[in-house]
Design a protein around this ligand. Structure first.
Ligand SMILES: [Zn+2]
Length: 123
């Protein structure tokens, strides 16, 4: 017992140091090296990158990066919205909603793929 449960009994001060280091752009491994001594002093355990990622995750910072992913997806949509002649419709080939040229029924990805040649032969 003991050693692992210590991880989540860390002081807020230490957790903040971990988060700040991530904010500074350090990788989990770099954070674990930087704060190794602090962690040892506080818990008597050795700090590794998984613990750093765990602290970051618990603070909800990992969820934030998912939001960034969604943001870039929305930006991509916006880009297409502004492109003339593209409409959002279900691709006849892959059956996913895609931005497709107004006069087409097949998305760009499928057009370039082998399956489009098959699909176009039966349309
Ligand atoms: Zn498609």
């Amino acid at each position: 017992m003991g050693h692992q449960s210590n991880t989540w009994n860390l002081s807020d001060q230490f957790k903040q140091k971990v988060l700040d280091s991530f904010e500074d752009g350090l990788t989990a491994k770099e954070v674990s090296i930087k704060l190794y001594d602090d962690y040892l002093r506080e818990t008597g355990c050795t700090l590794n990158r998984n613990i750093c990622i765990g602290i970051k995750f618990r603070a909800g910072k990992c969820i934030k990066s998912n939001n960034n992913h969604n943001f870039s997806y929305q930006r991509k949509n916006k880009l297409y919205e502004e492109l003339e002649g593209f409409v959002l419709r279900k691709c006849l080939c892959c059956h996913r909603e895609q931005w497709i040229e107004e006069n087409f029924r097949i998305c760009t990805t499928c057009k370039q793929s082998e399956s489009f040649r098959f699909a176009s032969s039966i349309l």
